[in-house]
Write a protein that binds this ligand. Structure first.
Ligand code: PGA
Length: 270
């Protein structure tokens, strides 16, 4: 079965509304010329509606970087999936390591600040799973992120950690939902560090993820589900990564902030 490549840009906490709209328009022009590739950008919550509006009649899709599992009520700070749908989103990233509090290359100064606020980043596999179900219920689709810490990688625990996360994150979906979910494998030590996982290793771990999906939902879903690699993807390494049999796309951070770099990655997926 052939799976349509999916390149998503995770803008994280970057760009003003005006900058986001400008970048999205440039990316939309590239997406319009790449009908064989699905392309999305995931701006901050404050930019998402304006960005979605600016690219409404183009091939570019829009996602958010997180959500909550309830639909409304007294939940200060939270944003419900139906609100993201209303803002023009089609996708939501859930379980990114930066929301799970699983960081790789933070400076000592930043680590010291985080040590003062234990539990601030409280995402767990359970909350990822509840959020993913709420995302489906709102008619949106999740990009479910997983990945091992540098220490887990060094201890040779990558497969075990990633399979464990995914088993918990995807529990209890319908078969139709599971076919449409996207999973992003992002080794924490490769995020924002410039250290890319070599394509063979990334492919092997994405294969472990596909097998885990197969254990839970069977062969048909495992063959249909798209698995992205994320972690310092750039125009220069995208082609090799995307040519691997188990890698169906990329979740891109830093290189998604420059139109030319992101265009190079979309080009590599064609
Ligand atoms: P990066 O981030 O491309 O800057 O490494 C990827 C991600 O965290 O999604």
């Amino acid at each position: 079965m052939s799976r349509k490549p999916f390149i998503a840009g995770n803008w994280k906490m970057n760009l003003t509304i005006a900058e986001g709209v400008e970048l999205a328009k440039a990316v939309a022009a590239v997406a319009n010329d790449a009908p064989t590739v699905d392309v999305a950008v995931c701006p901050t919550f404050v930019s998402v509606a304006k960005v979605a509006d600016a690219v409404k009649s183009t091939a570019l899709m829009v996602g958010a970087q997180d959500t909550f599992w309830e639909t409304k009520g007294a939940w200060t700070r939270q944003i419900a999936p139906n609100m993201l749908a209303d803002a023009g989103c089609q996708w939501v990233i859930v379980g990114h390591s930066e929301t799970r509090g699983r960081f790789g290359g933070l400076s000592e100064e930043v680590q010291a600040k985080l040590a003062e606020v234990p539990g601030y980043f409280g995402e767990s596999d359970k909350s990822v799973n509840m959020k993913a179900k709420a995302i489906f219920a709102a008619g949106l689709l999740p990009i479910i992120a997983c990945g091992e810490l540098p220490s887990e990688y060094e201890a040779g625990k990558t497969d075990e950690v990633v399979a464990g996360q995914i088993r918990a994150d995807i529990a209890g979906f319908t078969e139709e939902q599971a076919m449409k979910m996207v999973i992003a494998y992002e080794p924490v030590w490769a995020i924002g560090t410039g250290n890319t996982c070599d394509p063979q290793t990334a492919d092997k771990v994405c294969g472990v993820i596909r097998n885990t999906v197969k254990e839970v939902y069977g062969e048909k879903v495992a063959e249909a589900v798209r698995i992205q690699y994320g972690g310092s993807v750039k125009p220069g390494n995208a082609k090799e990564l995307l040519s691997m049999p188990n890698i169906d796309g990329a979740l891109v951070g830093g290189a998604a902030l420059k139109a030319a770099d992101f265009a190079g990655i979309i080009e590599a997926a064609k």
